[in-house]
Design a protein around this ligand. Sequence first.
Ligand SMILES: [Zn+2]
Ligand SMILES: [Zn+2]
Length: 374
Amino acid sequence: MNKAPIVWVNVLVFSVSFLLAATLVPWYAIRYGFTGGEIIAGILCLGYSGMSITAGYHRLWSHKTYQAHAVIRFFYAIGGAFALQNSILHWASDHRNHHKHVDVNGKDPYSAKQGFWFSHIGWMLREYQGENYRNYDNVRDLQKDKIVMWQHKHYLTLVFTTNIGIPLLLGLISGNMLAMFLLAGLLRLVLSHHFTFFINSLAHIWGKQTYSQKHTARDNHWLALLTYGEGYHNFHHTFEYDYRNGIKWWQFDPTKWFIKAASWFGLTSKLRVTPDDRIERVRVAQHLNSIKSKLSEDDKHSDILALLEQEYELLIEHMNAFYAAQKRLLDIKRKKIVKDYKKTDLYHQVQDLKVRFEIKQRNFLNFELTLSDA
Ligand SMILES: [Zn+2]
Ligand SMILES: [Zn+2]
């Protein structure tokens, strides 16, 4: 079979930028050194281009998990061109195909089933998607967004303007043009590329399948650190319309924090979240399935399996009781029926149910541990 033709522009952009960053930046650092201000400027530019992709291209335009004011959309459109990851329209079209056909080779543009290299960068180096390249049927809704279409039309101009203009401006301010071009220009671009690419490659290989095994996506705290919170990728592929990826307060998800903080100023709105009870139900069901699939071939575990099923039923009972009581309490609070709701019996009942539910949940989710210790 003939291989798809090479996309030379992409090959040159990725390889030349990588080689220059890997040689010139360390050379300059050793020879002259970078100042604290230059490093901070580089980090801010890295955050700007990266978050324009995660909060804008990904969670806003590809998945419509919230709505954003034109000011924010314009801010993302400029940052996305700065990140050099194609136009919003094209990126979102690819990404919607990724979710719709996840792991199906030939249909998922960066299918993880084709290996690390392909899903990381290989998919962009050849014309694999030739015939789909200008088919934007799956992003018709985005074609109504004037900012999206403006960015698509002037994409290359914006790429050059931002990638030359921003480091130039910073260089004029700091008085050291070369240092700014190396840090905020070159190194920032290469890191921003590969950090995003990790979401397609490593986040489908390395980590836990907390919510589903129907796709290869993984939850990984380490990757979340590099990807502005996108490391909780198993959650994301399971609940793709949720504006959050890390749902716990302690999970590192600056993209979520940014979207939430912008909502306090009216810049973002209609933030979509999956109800807690639905997330928990899916999570424990997945845990039960994963243990079952490990035990099924071994008949002598039938007693463990029966015990496990029993524990699962009990857990669901506790879960239902807790979430139902919590909902009643929230209704009361919302309708302001009881002024000081914390003094009500229901409040204490909910606290009590919560403790019991969490103990059951912990025991159940730790079941695997007990099993391997036995
Ligand atoms: Zn996605
Ligand atoms: Zn994915």
